[in-house]
Design a protein around this ligand. Structure first.
Ligand SMILES: Nc1nc2c(c(=O)[nH]1)N[C@H]1C(S)=C(S)[C@@H](COP(=O)(O)O)O[C@H]1N2
Ligand SMILES: [Mo]
Length: 528
């Protein structure tokens, strides 16, 4: 009975003090959310590319050292971009929480921190290639909004704490409500406005309509895919990679939106007459089809960063000829709208026997946005990072000793021909197979020479010839298959290719950096 009374009295006179630090951290996060939401909303209205999260993410993409980038790709694979954006978001949330706590403890310190964050985001936005004249506006307005939210939230939090400290029951309740209502409504508003603006920004791109409406002149010549170029074998890659399955590798966090009606290609540098071409100028030079296998330098032996397509386009040498290339040039630096650059040997672009092209269509449809709409380069025999510039807008004719491309200072070779390779597609490692007849099959490529033969070796036994599908051309990969009688147990299947000049695929294992992986794939299969 006595204890009960005491408890009742206690409840009446003691007001619980809020966990001020937690609420301050939350206020910090809500302020950052307000900052981003206002910036996204203004970006959607006045400067589409001025998104703070994307700009900071892109800035990080450009500065992270190679080992970290490789680790990210190993860990997250093709989701590396989403992982990066999530990381940027998490980092921003933690920093904002710290700013909130500091603001509560030391007035204005959090505000200054938030302001610095806003200035950094503004810097990341205005320094990006293609930033418009108004691109500073969204992050600056966002920062002002964020600072206001933080200060207003702090006023309410301090009132709540003061009322609780004074043990004023009524005031504590009111002030708590005011704080929670303010931060809660701001948080909900920020999420609705921010997400809405980003979705709107992405969905209202008029470029999608422009791509749908695009009518390309018919190709003057087409690539004939031989009847037995493609075997349909379970697990074996098709000889033509559908666009939807084609690997994608680039540094772009948001896919560039390039309107073909305003797109221009300029040819400058060591040329007699610098020229500028519109999309119509380019396609009216005449289009033809070319079958070319594209390969990424980041492809490990046995990996899938490789694909084959029929590209519609025109030779780059025809455009270079119009500009008149000067004699002592030896490199072409191609640049995309988002600032990515590739250094391609001039000779690879001017060779009459090698069709380096500006491509405008991929497997019969205008280039997908992810693959470079409206125009990209495709150069047979060179890794993508030194040749296959997507969203290309500028070629600078120059010299290797004068200019360097995006990946060169980041640990990759300035020149990088594709290394011949072969891989096993089926059976897949880890998939148990039944004893008896088994079709072992895969892909091999040796651009631009062509694959002559592919051999397999079972359990380190002698090399045995496989059958090749009829090649589309020397620039395209081929399928190979081998009829194997599998006995129960675990087995190693090794594969190697030989090109039409008699060169055997390099056996020495090399990592992807600096100029592409090498080695013979050896896959382990379990037969039961
Ligand atoms: N603008 C731009 N073009 C680019 C890149 C890039 O990061 N930006 N990456 C290159 C690399 S490394 C490769 S392997 C190919 C991949 O082309 P895909 O994504 O169409 O397969 O594009 C090349 N072109
Ligand atoms: Mo690549």
């Amino acid at each position: 009975m006595t204890t009960d009374t005491t408890a009742k009295t206690d409840r009446k006179t003691s007001v619980r003090r809020p966990h001020a630090w937690i609420w301050a951290a939350l206020a910090g996060i809500v302020s950052a959310a307000a900052l981003l939401a206002v910036a996204e909303a203004l970006a959607a209205l006045v400067a589409r590319s001025a998104s703070p999260i994307l700009a900071v993410g892109s800035f990080i993409v450009d500065i992270v050292p190679r080992p970290l980038k490789e680790l990210a790709i190993t860990l997250f694979g093709e989701s590396d971009k989403i992982a990066l954006l999530a990381g940027v978001g998490l980092g921003a949330a933690v920093a904002a929480a710290v700013a909130g706590v500091l603001e509560y403890r030391f007035r204005f310190v959090g505000v200054v921190l938030l302001g610095i964050g806003g200035i950094l985001a503004t810097a990341a936005i205005v320094t990006r290639t293609g930033a418009g004249a108004l691109s500073w506006l969204p992050p600056v307005a966002g920062t002002i909004a964020g600072v206001l939210v933080l200060m207003l939230a702090m006023v309410r939090l301090r009132r709540w704490v003061a009322a609780a400290t004074a043990q004023n029951v009524e005031a504590t309740g009111t002030d708590r409500r005011h704080f929670l209502l303010f931060t809660g409504l701001t948080a909900v508003g920020a999420v609705v406005v921010g997400v809405g603006a980003r979705v709107l920004n992405a969905a209202t791109s008029s470029v999608a309509a422009a791509r749908d409406a695009l009518r390309l002149p018919a190709a003057r010549s087409t690539v004939t895919v031989p009847a037995d170029a493609n075997w349909e074998i379970d697990g074996l890659s098709p000889i033509i990679t559908p666009n939807a399955d084609f690997y994608r590798v680039d540094t772009a966090l948001s896919v560039p939106n390039v309107d073909p009606t305003t797109w221009r290609l300029s040819i400058e540098g060591m040329v007699d007459n610098p020229i500028e071409l519109s999309f119509d100028d380019l396609v009216n030079m005449g289009l033809d089809e070319y079958g070319v296998t594209l390969t990424c330098v980041s492809n490990e032996v046995g990996g899938d960063l490789v694909g084959n397509a029929i590209w519609t386009g025109l030779p780059i040498r025809d455009v270079l000829r119009m500009a008149g290339v000067q004699a002592d040039a030896d490199m072409v630096l191609s640049e995309s709208v988002d600032g990515f650059t590739a250094s391609t040997p001039l000779s690879s672009l001017t060779d009459d026997n090698l069709d380096a092209i500006f491509a405008v269509a991929m497997n019969g449809e205008p280039l997908p946005f992810e693959h470079g709409f409206p125009v990209r380069m495709v150069v047979p025999g060179l890794y993508g990072y030194v040749s296959a510039t997507k969203w290309v807008t500028k070629l600078t004719v120059t010299r290797f000793d004068k200019d360097e491309a995006y990946w060169t200072p980041r640990g990759y070779a300035a020149q990088a021909p594709i290394k011949m390779s072969s891989r096993v597609d089926t059976p897949k490692i880890g998939t148990p197979i039944a004893a008896g007849p088994v079709v072992v099959a895969g892909m091999a490529w040796a651009q631009p020479i062509g694959v002559e033969k592919v051999e397999v070796s079972i359990d380190n036994g002698e090399w045995q010839q496989t059958q090749l599908s009829t090649p589309i051309n020397a620039q395209s990969w081929v399928q190979w298959k081998f009829d194997w009688t599998a006995e129960a147990g675990t087995h190693y299947i090794a594969v190697r290719a030989t090109d039409a000049q008699g060169n055997v695929q390099i056996q020495d294992q090399a990592p992807i950096a600096p100029d592409g992986s090498s080695g013979w794939q050896r896959t382990l299969v379990t037969v039961s």
